[in-house]
Write a protein that binds this ligand. Structure first.
Ligand code: ADP
Length: 227
């Protein structure tokens, strides 16, 4: 489902004497349907960079990033948008929303954009918001004023609204209380049971060993750190 071949990333800092930072080289990685792979490695190793490349935010200098047969390195922007709508979900660390859109609509939106009827999409959103312990009195409000933990849970609800065949998770349990952490781990286990291919960054070691089948230490792809 997710296949990376010979992927690399270099940043050129044009405003700093064109300094070149080689962050990743020769990344090869395959994630099968139903498998969860953790990206590990020290801070600065390139975990977030690799995640952004797999989502198509950063372009790889070389190689292939194939998601369900679409190569993100070569894909046209409209193909990347279609892939993100139908196939590839991403739960980032921070919620970004259009101001004044009610929480229920924020969570239902990924399903609405797939043509799912409003009632079905809203029922799914209600179910996820209830499971993640967001009070119903908040559902008609914009999440922009919510606490950090509430925003994170709304973000997770939105990320799990559609059953994406491939899913990227950036610290999905960070700063959650034990009850909500358990809900999120169960959502991940349910996604795996539906055969989603998952790549995640988990600083929470117990969470990582519970839901992940393998760990990939990204430092091994970091030219400056390679031994
Ligand atoms: P990690 O997630 O493993 O902590 P990152 O992927 O955030 O590591 O960063 C890896 C390296 O890439 C760091 O040295 C960081 O400074 C550099 N880097 C990340 N994003 C950029 C960027 N947009 N421009 C320049 N350098 C970047």
């Amino acid at each position: 489902m997710i296949e990376l071949k010979n992927v690399s990333k270099t940043f050129t800092l044009h405003n700093q004497n064109s300094a070149v930072i080689e962050v990743l080289g020769n990344v090869n990685l395959t994630v099968a349907p139903g498998e969860c792979v953790a990206l590990t490695g020290s801070s600065g190793a390139g975990k977030s960079t690799l995640m952004r490349m797999i989502y198509g935010n950063y372009l790889s200098q070389s190689g292939v990033i194939s998601i369900d047969g679409t190569d993100l390195v070569q894909a046209a922007p409209r193909d990347i948008i279609r892939l993100r709508r139908e196939v590839l979900g991403y739960v980032s660390q921070f919620l970004r929303v259009v101001p004044r859109v009610p929480t229920l609509d924020v969570v239902a939106q990924p399903l609405r954009s797939l043509g799912v009827p409003a009632e079905t999409a809203e029922n799914r959103a209600r179910d996820l918001l209830s499971r993640l312990n967001i009070l119903p009195s908040l559902w008609s409000l914009s999440p922009t004023t919510f606490s950090g933990g509430e925003q994170q849970r709304v973000n997770i609800a939105r990320g799990f609204a559609h059953n994406y065949p491939a899913l990227l998770l950036d610290e999905p349990t960070a700063s959650l209380d034990p009850t909500n952490r358990e809900v999120v781990l169960t959502l991940i286990e349910e996604a795996k049971a539906r055969k989603s291919a998952i790549i995640g960054i988990f600083h929470d070691e117990a969470a990582r060993s519970r839901v992940c089948d393998r760990e990939i230490d990204v430092s091994r792809f970091t030219p400056a750190l390679a031994v």
